[in-house]
Design a protein around this ligand. Structure first.
Ligand code: ADP
Ligand code: MG
Length: 319
């Protein structure tokens, strides 16, 4: 049973995905060491969002994605995709989601058009409903439509993986570290595509270990660390909770005295820059600048330093 949007019947409201008590343990058989990659994940991913799954290497992001895609078998828990319980309606839940994997796994003997057609066939998309030309245009591979995959550059292969994830017109698109190791041009193209698909109503989930990328692309973020969700919020709220800030100032001339004010810790770098560390809840950026001016320092250049993911974890897990 499904409603007009083709969703399964679960009473799940406006969530594209619901995950409950999800666990995954790798290995453990025949004396192999067991690795608990997911330790009981609960997560709702709203329909229509660009949702970021953020975490360091080894956090469990790909494991989670691959369970959603039906590529990895979960150890315990429930996953509902577009209203379809994965265990009850595996076919419909798989049809609702398209995944661009982290690894390049293309058959070198297929052309881009061939690869899209084969993929569409695997998903049972009837010939009349296939949109290979449209997808080739979207990923900018029209010129290479009939070239062998092995003659494609790394960037073209990544784009083809995106195309393959789209052949069955999924409601949800998942991108696993789409920009790790890609050049700026490809990254911009990927993001432009993602924005366009999201505007057309597609729910997007992407994993990344770059905070900056999540900040730029996602309206909601879950942070996962060692198999557990440690934070889940709108991007704005989450970044607002990250309290440790650093302002980097390049003075016009070498300072004779360093800025001093309560709550500000100053370091001087070898290149002459001053790094002013402060906490946003007790000190404002204006107060930091005032301390700099009070020390008689003329500012040539100022920027705020990006908090890195490690800082974020420290902030979020600090009790
Ligand atoms: P991420 O994508 O966040 O980097 P992964 O989901 O790939 O994390 O990995 C999570 C943990 O599970 C890591 O410790 C990793 O070594 C382990 N792991 C992943 N895949 C396997 C596997 N097939 N067999 C055993 N351990 C695995
Ligand atoms: Mg991964």
């Amino acid at each position: 049973m499904s409603d007009q949007t083709g969703r399964g019947k679960s009473g799940m409201g406006d969530n594209a995905i619901e995950i409950r008590g999800l666990r995954k343990t790798y290995g453990g058989a025949k004396g192999q060491p067991a690795k608990e990659a997911l330790k009981g994940i609960d997560l709702d991913i709203p329909q229509g969002s660009v949702f970021g799954l953020l975490g360091p290497n080894g956090a469990g992001k790909s494991t989670l994605i691959n369970i959603l895609a039906g590529l990895v078998t979960k150890t315990a828990g429930h996953v509902t995709i577009w209203g379809f319980d994965q265990d009850v309606n595996p076919r419909q839940s798989r049809a609702s989601i398209g995944v661009m994997p982290q690894e390049l796994n293309l058959d070198p003997f297929f052309s881009p058009r061939g690869a899209l057609e084969v993929q569409a066939g695997l998903y049972g998309v009837p010939k009349a409903q296939r949109k290979s030309d449209e997808i080739l245009a979207l990923i900018g591979l029209e010129d290479k439509a009939d070239a062998y995959a092995r003659t494609l550059s790394g960037g073209m292969r990544r784009r083809l993986l995106l195309g393959k994830a789209l052949v069955h017109h999924p409601h949800i698109l998942v991108l696993d570290e789409p920009t790790a190791g890609v050049d700026i041009e490809l990254r911009q193209m990927l993001w432009a595509n993602v924005r366009k698909l999201n505007e057309q109503g597609m729910t997007i989930i992407l994993t990344t270990h770059y905070l900056e990328e999540a900040e730029e692309m996602c309206d909601q973020i879950a942070i996962i660390n060692q198999g557990e969700v440690v934070a889940r919020d709108s991007t704005a709220n989450l970044l607002g909770r990250i309290d440790a800030k650093a302002m980097v100032i390049h003075p016009e001339t070498a300072p004779t005295t360093l800025p001093q004010a309560p709550g500000i810790v100053v370091e001087q770098r070898a290149d002459g820059a001053l790094v002013l560390n402060y906490h946003a809840h007790e000190t404002s950026a204006e107060q930091v600048l005032e301390a700099v001016r009070n020390a008689g320092i003329r500012i040539r250049d100022v920027k705020t330093e990006e908090a890195d993911l490690q800082d974020v974890f420290l902030e979020l897990t600090r009790s």
